[in-house]
Every structure is written in structure tokens, then in C-alpha cells.
Design a binder for this molecule. Structure first.
Ligand code: CO8
Length: 258
């Protein structure tokens, strides 16, 4: 794989880190950058030593959205042929927890990238928004769908139509972020959560994400049947034996991740 140009990656114990690294453009997402982000996610997803993946942005902001320079000459045909969203779609196939630590501007495609993550931590000065309408377009990487599912139709429409920026407080009130913290606490906070999750039995974490994802698509009864199959499957793991045995023996469990 060629050296990534727009992202930095790092491994911090059992946590894989992906840092958007195009700060001079507010981490505007060009196609190559999205591919690098997705490939880094997939690499960590395959790495047995990694239990959680943290995404963050270098410089003043998480991301000001898709790279407008790259889109300005686009036509429906060039986009159909380039199929830029094929890479975005790969994000929803990542099985491990994805945590986004966002600050500064989280706009357009940057907001969509954060919404594609499982957990979002933000600073109290973060600004969220979908300004695409101001450019004569609209979100294309899941924004209308994910925002609506999270905050409801009427609220979503107002933000998407006006293109206005949402404060961190509003985002928290709408349930879009897990926690707001001071800027100098963001990295420590998200890493603490990521390490906590990464230390949990890996198959439990994986099948919990799989079951929770089904809650958005399936009827309650089908969702519960899916959940039950995942529950049964966990009884095939050593971590289930260890977790329950440790409880009965009144000791801390030692999980092996299988
Ligand atoms: N694309 C390209 N360049 C950008 C972007 C962007 N999204 N955002 C900022 N930049 C560049 C600026 O052009 C500028 O470059 P230069 O120094 O060469 O002039 C540099 O970053 C710094 O930006 P500003 O001078 O504008 O800095 P300010 O502090 O004045 O403003 C803002 C910061 C508010 C973030 C402002 O730059 C801004 O409004 N940016 C655009 C935000 C936007 O409209 N985002 C939505 C883009 S469309 C989208 O995301 C569609 C997603 C669908 C997925 C698409 C997949 C193909």
C-alpha cells in the first residue's frame, strides 16, 4: 500500500488512531483522503491487537467537508464513473468501534464522516453543520439519512435547508454527541473510552455493534431474533467462559479476545 499522504496513523496499545492531516485546508476531504481513511480503518479492523479505532483531525478543525475544488467541475457522468461513495460505503462495514474526536468545524462531508462513526466526542466550541445547500447541492455521503435518524425529520430539515451551523451545546441536546469536553481534554477523554472498550471481550463488543446496527433497519421482533442469535454465539467464546467463571470465583476476568 502506498504511504498515506493525507492521514497519519498510530497505534496506542489496543487503540488504532487515524488523524486527518490536511490542516492547511481544514482537512477538506478529497477522494484520495477518504480512501486513505477507509483503508486505515480496514487495516485496524483486521488487526487482532486492535480493539477500537479513534478518528481525529490535525490543526484547527476536524474537517470542513468534501474538497470543493475537486467537485467544482464534476458532472453527473464523471461522478457516476468515479463512484466516490463506494469508499464511503466501506465505513459501514467496519466491525470494530469507531470513535470520532471532533473539534473546530465539522461540516458537510466532515459531519457525515463523524456521523458514520459509532461514538462522537466534541469540544464545547465545535461547530457542526451541513452547508451544502449554500453551494447549490446537498449532502451525499449519508447526511440526510443519518441526521434525520438521529435528530428527527423536522429538526434535520431546518439544519439542512438553512445550512446554519449548530453549536456544540445544540448538538449535545439533540443527542448527536456522546460528550462535550474542554479542548485540552478531548484527546485524553476519547482515548480513555477507547481503551476501556478495547479491553472488553472483543466478540461481545463486535456482536453488540452488529445487533445495535440492526435496530435501525429491522422490526423490533426481527431485531430481537438477530440479537438472540448473537447472544447464543457468544457462548462459543473463551471470554464467556472466563467472564462467568471469574464472577463465580470473585476475581477479575482475564479476557483473551476470542
Ligand atoms: N474544500 C476545499 N477547500 C476548503 C474547504 C473545502 N470544503 N474548506 C476550507 N477550504 C480551504 C479554503 O479554500 C482556504 O484555502 P486557501 O488558503 O487556499 O484560500 C483554506 O481552506 C482556509 O479556509 P478559509 O480561508 O475559508 O478559512 P476561514 O477560517 O475563513 O473559514 C470555513 C473556515 C468556515 C470552514 C470555510 O473555509 C468554509 O466555509 N469552508 C467550506 C465548508 C463547506 O461548504 N463544506 C461542505 C463541502 S460540500 C460536502 O461536504 C459534500 C459532502 C458529500 C460527499 C462528497 C464526496 C464526493
Amino acid at each position: 500500500m502506498p504511504m498515506p499522504q493525507y492521514v497519519k496513523t498510530a497505534i496506542d496499545g489496543a487503540v488504532g488512531r487515524i488523524i486527518l492531516n490536511r490542516p492547511e485546508r481544514y482537512n477538506a476531504l478529497n477522494r484520495a483522503m477518504i480512501r486513505e481513511i477507509v483503508e486505515a480503518m480496514e487495516q485496524f479492523d483486521r488487526d487482532e491487537t486492535i480493539g477500537a479505532i479513534v478518528l481525529s483531525g490535525a490543526g484547527k478543525s476536524f474537517s470542513a467537508g468534501a474538497d470543493i475544488d475537486e467537485m467544482v467541475e464534476a458532472t453527473p457522468i464523471t461522478m457516476e464513473l468515479l463512484d466516490p461513495f463506494a469508499d464511503w460505503d466501506r465505513i459501514s462495514r467496519v466491525k470494530k468501534p469507531l470513535l470520532a474526536a471532533v473539534h473546530g468545524y465539522v461540516l458537510g462531508g466532515g459531519f457525515e464522516l463523524a456521523l458514520a462513526c459509532d461514538l462522537i466526542y466534541a469540544t464545547d466550541a465545535t461547530r457542526f453543520g451541513f452547508p451544502e445547500v449554500n453551494l447549490g447541492v446537498m449532502p451525499g455521503a449519508g447526511g440526510t439519512q443519518r441526521l434525520t435518524k438521529r435528530i428527527g425529520r423536522t429538526r434535520a430539515l431546518e439544519w439542512l435547508w438553512t445550512g446554519e451551523q449548530m453549536t456544540a451545546d445544540q448538538a449535545e441536546r439533540f443527542g448527536l454527541v456522546n460528550r462535550l469536553v474542554e479542548a485540552d481534554q478531548l484527546e485524553a477523554t476519547v482515548l480513555t473510552v477507547a481503551h476501556r472498550i478495547a479491553a472488553q471481550p472483543k466478540m461481545s463488543v463486535r456482536l453488540i455493534k452488529d445487533a445495535v446496527d440492526k435496530a435501525g433497519d429491522l422490526s423490533i421482533q426481527d431485531g430481537m431474533e438477530h440479537e438472540r442469535r448473537n447472544f447464543y454465539l457468544l457462548f462459543a467464546t473463551d471470554d464467556q467462559t472466563e467472564g462467568m467463571q471469574a464472577f463465580l470465583e470473585k476475581r477479575q476476568p482475564t479476557f483473551k479476545g476470542n
